[in-house]
Design a binder for this molecule. Structure first.
Ligand SMILES: Cc1cc2nc3c(=O)[nH]c(=O)nc-3n(C[C@H](O)[C@H](O)[C@H](O)COP(=O)(O)OP(=O)(O)OC[C@H]3O[C@@H](n4cnc5c(N)ncnc54)[C@H](O)[C@@H]3O)c2cc1C
Length: 394
């Protein structure tokens, strides 16, 4: 289509002129990946790249330009993605704002909430975290006990959240609270909360590896304005479920368009013997690698179809649970395969004798174990698929 080709030329020119050279290489350190927010300390080029893309709205290419988004059609957004991939450019921004709460506010927020939050998400000014889980409410999320009691124009919040990923680095939280104790699902409200609110205390949870993305969040008489309710008071359960579908799509997508696919093949060449014409000699490993590539390709194509529907403005349905279930288990298989390929070199944790790549291998493998827990466990996804996709009885 001639218009799209003109657009492609313009995009290419703009990226040539605005993308810092260092953004054409993978991040040297996980902390260099830009999640935005006021608390993030990023290298200058990361900041410059975010500012350029954010101003253009291209961090959220298909979001409406009225709220700072790129206003691109899904075909134009695809062209932008292709050109960025062609130039090996990393995304200027990632995170829960773009993938979870932004799409949710666009679908269900009121006009005031869209105007307040969407432009700041697009520009990466605010980093968001998720306040769902509590010590007694994980899979049984509707059992949550954090109370919100009305007082004038505010709610007063008391309770505790747990496993708040990056709570200590975030500026705002979307949080589920109990506004009615007489009903379980029907007593939950979905709120937007500034983490700087007095009475909000975040404590990182230390893991055996020495650091952790997890936090506990304590709420003691924290006041949140009533205008920060998304939807209606006591109507938060359906909104919470819609957000989980965005989250499950995001988690399922954990490998798409990442360097890890080519990394797997690079690793096979590095660690396994091959014939003079480059054929891997080990037939079992050859078979496992081929199966992995095929399964990933099928997953990518199915996910792309679903993504196209999302870009066209349709909210994800319960089928997001299928992607979450399959994508996370595929990721774990991929990590296992990488460990098997590396053999003893996959045992590196720190110290000499291991390349940088090898040092991250074990950590990435361990991290992937959490994929089938976060955003709802695999067992919970199977329950949802059985009930809401296949229509089986309870
Ligand atoms: C990496 C990671 C990041 C996370 N980030 C966040 C975050 O940012 N914000 C947040 O709010 N939470 C976060 N969580 C918490 C996550 O949502 C919960 O851990 C998850 O929902 C499971 O709850 P639970 O840990 O209480 O386990 P439980 O609910 O106690 O489950 C224990 C076991 O019982 C099984 N089980 C429970 N109920 C059923 C059932 N009805 N049928 C069959 N099996 C069942 C589960 O599948 C699981 O195997 C994160 C978790 C991880 C691992």
């Amino acid at each position: 289509m001639p218009d799209l080709e003109t657009f492609r030329t313009d995009v290419r020119r703009w990226l040539d002129a605005n993308a810092p050279a260092s953004m054409r290489t993978p991040p040297a350190h996980p902390d260099d990946v830009c999640w935005g927010g006021a608390k993030g300390k990023y290298p200058d080029d990361v900041r410059r790249w975010l500012a350029a893309m954010g101003e253009r709205g291209w961090t959220a290419p298909t979001w409406p330009s009225d709220y700072g988004g790129g206003g691109l059609s899904k075909d134009e957004a695809k062209v932008l993605g292709e050109e960025m991939a062609q130039q090996k450019l990393r995304p200027a921004l990632i995170g829960f704002g773009l993938e979870m709460i932004g799409p949710l506010i666009l679908q269900t927020g009121n006009e005031e909430q869209k105007r307040e939050h969407i432009p700041r998400i697009v520009r990466g000014e605010v980093r968001w975290c998720q306040g769902y889980s509590e010590p007694g409410a994980g899979s049984d999320l509707a059992g949550l006990q954090t109370r919100a009691v009305r007082d004038g124009d505010d709610y007063v919040l008391n309770g505790q959240k747990v496993w708040t990923s990056y709570g200590d680095k975030s500026d705002w939280m979307f949080i589920l609270v109990r506004t009615d104790t007489a009903q379980k699902q029907g007593g939950i409200t979905f709120l937007l909360m500034d983490m700087a609110t007095p009475g909000v205390q975040v404590r990182p949870i230390l893991l055996i590896s020495g650091s952790s993305p997890f936090c506990e969040t304590f709420l003691t008489d924290a006041r949140v304005p009533r205008r920060n309710v998304v939807g209606q008071e006591n109507g938060g359960w359906n909104i919470a479920k819609m957000l989980l579908r965005f989250e499950r799509n995001m988690i399922a997508d954990v490998f798409k368009a990442r360097d890890d696919r080519s990394r797997l093949l690079r690793m096979a060449r590095q660690y396994l013997p091959s014939s003079d014409d480059g054929r891997l000699l080990d037939p079992v490993m050859r078979d496992r690698l081929t199966q992995m590539e095929l399964d990933q390709l099928c997953m990518d194509l199915t996910l792309s179809r679903s993504r196209d529907r999302l870009k066209a403005g349709q909210p994800p349905g319960p089928e997001a649970s299928i992607f979450k279930l399959y994508g996370t288990e595929l990721n774990q298989r991929r990590r296992e395969l990488m460990m098997d390929l590396a053999g003893p070199q996959g045992l590196g944790w720190e110290g000499p004798g291991f390349a940088d790549d090898e040092l991250t291998l074990t950590r990435d493998w361990l991290r992937s174990r959490g994929n089938t827990i976060e955003g709802g466990t695999s067992e919970v996804q199977l329950n949802i698929i059985a009930k809401n996709v296949l229509g089986l009885p309870d």
